[in-house]
Design a protein around this ligand. Structure first.
Ligand code: PEP
Ligand code: MG
Length: 595
């Protein structure tokens, strides 16, 4: 435990995934092993060579074991990334160079290996090609693992080594690392940077792991082994909690358990207001592993299938057939409930290293989502065909992300028509009347909602992006998180404008950004006329709980008031007041400490 942290200390950040956990902290620093050069006596050379070979065997066993675990808990696509590590492990050039150095220079294996590996990493890191640079990271990972084995120490920066439950603390976790976390060993995580709607945070909610981000320099202040309590309701990390704090959190756990019982009761009840307005409550998912959670939380289908997670954490693109199998599996499992597949939304904070996309100055304003897909028609075509084929097996709908204007919609639809014609010619079945919607997540799309509404079957408001683009506040940057305000009057007006245009044209509107999963904001959205809310399965119970306690006319009155108010904070306060009055039990667990 770190010397300076004897007493309790509270760190405040941004709560991004609810729940409380406590345990030992694992700080993710990039491991830098200290490698000393040791001269060997002549009779030590052979044993040293064997020791090196043994470390390779040991490393191979570890990687295969991790790969097996990942394949069990995630999908085979995630497990595939370790194939690259296994291949590098067998690289004869590298192995021979190390053995030669041990024999000729009579030096220890760590030194010989480290020198050779560093040389290769440096070569890879120097190349322009993004894909090869990623391989440098792989090689460094692998080298760290081999060195840890040679030195007989645990490589703590490697999450795939986790064998005991811990709270992860780091500067940042990428969405691809987060997607690999094993819930058995990760109690929660806390990062220095990040915002509530960064994809890392979204994944935490989807994995149902408590998480706090934006904790500034927490990862520098804590040390592995510190004891901490992480409060994903209030956005705090409490190091060395006192008995009093632990007692308060014990009380909180009791309140939470009683709320849990109430929430379980509504799981399979309809999402209907006291005066009979039915709201369609759907789930956001990342892959087929989420099907169970969709069922458990009684979601009426999937309102947002973020397909890009099938594209990251792997070495190559998923084929049309692989995609088809996943989409089919989800559609069949949930039929007759609708499954809205969002076409690929890579870019922004979600990257697929194998696609070799050059780094951009403003990735969120750059080559992302539908822009990227329209520029890569072959890649898009494979996905469209896979979705179309899967549409014959269940109730699939499809929507395009990041539509900024009519041209993009028309271009995408033209490609869909081409794919349909191909499938017809190949006698492959698909739903001729597959419904296509547009995400409204760029202000320009909301402003021309009238135009778009005439050409799609539904809208789904991507509030995460709509807020960031309207307020020019990067959703992943904690320094501007105070500006990222869902209740900003501009956001409310854009939502209202979208709803009015949709309804005037006879189509429905959903919200699938994170605000849809916030019980405090759900009444406002319903009052604004939104027909569907889609959120991470784990947060749906609370949303349904409040929906079942409100009246539509009260929610409408709240929305009317909100549309008249000028201050985001005041609008938010009204929403909180409304929600607290309507469903007080939802809020009893939210403020255990006053420090
Ligand atoms: C959104 O922007 O609100 C959305 C749902 O899409 P994503 O979070 O994946 O960008
Ligand atoms: Mg979006």
């Amino acid at each position: 435990m770190s010397g300076q942290l004897k007493g309790e200390k509270v760190y405040r950040g941004i709560a991004v995934s609810t729940g409380v956990c406590r345990g030992r902290v694992l700080v993710l620093h990039h491991t830098r092993h200290v490698i000393a050069r040791r001269e060997l006596a002549a009779d030590q050379v052979n044993p040293e060579t064997s020791r090196f070979e043994q470390s390779l065997v040991h490393t191979r066993q570890q990687i295969t074991e991790v790969q097996r675990r990942v394949a069990e808990t995630m999908s085979s696509a995630e497990a595939d990334i370790f194939d690259a590590h296994l291949l590098m492990l067998e690289d004869p050039v590298l192995i021979e160079e190390v053995i030669k150095t041990i024999r000729e220079q009579k030096v220890n294996a760590e030194f010989a290996f480290h020198t050779a590996a560093e040389k290769y990493v440096a070569v890879l890191e120097a190349v322009e090609d993004e894909y090869l640079r990623e391989r440098a990271a792989d090689l460094r990972d692998l080298a760290n693992r081999i060195l840890a084995n040679l030195l007989d120490v645990k490589d703590q920066s490697d999450l795939r080594h986790l064998s005991e439950p811990c709270i992860l603390v780091g500067r940042d976790l990428s969405p691809s690392t987060t997607a690999q976390l094993d819930k058995k060993f990760v109690l929660g995580f806390a990062t220095d940077i990040g915002g509530r709607t960064s994809h890392t945070a979204i994944l935490a909610r989807s994995l149902d792991i408590p998480a706090v981000v934006g904790l500034k320099n927490l990862s520098e202040e804590l040390e592995t082994g510190d004891y901490a309590l992480l409060d994903g309701y209030n956005g705090t990390v409490i190091v060395n909690p006192t008995d009093q704090t632990l007692f308060e959190y014990g009380q909180l756990a009791k309140i939470k358990a009683s709320l849990e019982e109430k929430l379980v009761e509504v799981q399979h009840q309809p999402a209907i207001t006291l005066d009979g307005r039915q709201i369609h409550l759907s789930a956001n998912i990342e892959d087929q592993n989420d099907i169970e959670a969709v069922r458990t939380h009684g979601a009426e289908g999937v309102g947002l299938f973020r397909t890009e997670f099938l594209f990251i954490n792997r070495d190559r693109l998923p084929t049309e057939e692989e995609q088809f199998q996943v989409y089919r599996q989800v559609a069949e499992a949930l039929t007759p409930a609708p499954v809205i597949i969002r076409t690929l939304d890579l870019g922004g904070d979600k990257f697929a290293s194998h696609l070799q996309i050059a780094q951009e100055m403003n990735p969120f304003l750059g080559w992302r989502a539908i822009r990227f897909c329209l520029a890569q028609p072959e890649l898009f075509r494979a996905q469209l065909r896979a979705i179309l084929r899967a549409s014959a097996t269940g109730n699939i709908k499809m929507m395009y992300p990041m539509i900024s204007g009519l041209d993009e919609l028309n271009q995408a639809n033209t490609l869909v028509e081409k794919c349909k014609a191909e499938l017809r010619a190949e006698n492959i079945p698909f739903a001729e009347n597959l419904e296509i919607g547009a995400m409204i997540e760029i202000p320009s799309a909301a402003l021309i909602a009238e135009t778009l509404a005439k050409r799609v079957k539904f809208f789904s408001i991507g509030s995460n992006d709509l807020i960031q683009y309207t307020l020019a506040a990067d959703r992943t940057n904690e320094k501007v998180s105070h500006l990222y305000e869902p209740t900003h009057p501009a956001i409310l007006r854009l939502i209202k404008m979208t709803v009015d245009a949709a309804h005037a044209n006879g189509i429905w509107v959903g919200v699938c950004g994170e605000i849809a999963g916030e019980p405090v904001l759900a009444p406002l959205l319903i009052g604004l006329g939104v027909d569907e809310l889609s959120a991470a399965p784990a947060v749906l119970d609370e949303v349904k709980y409040i929906i079942r306690r409100i009246r539509l006319n009260e929610a409408q009155a709240l929305a009317q008031t909100a549309l008249r108010l000028e201050s985001p904070a005041e609008i938010y306060a009204r929403c909180v007041e409304f929600a607290r009055q309507t469903a007080p039990s939802l809020f009893e667990n939210k403020a255990p400490i006053s420090t």
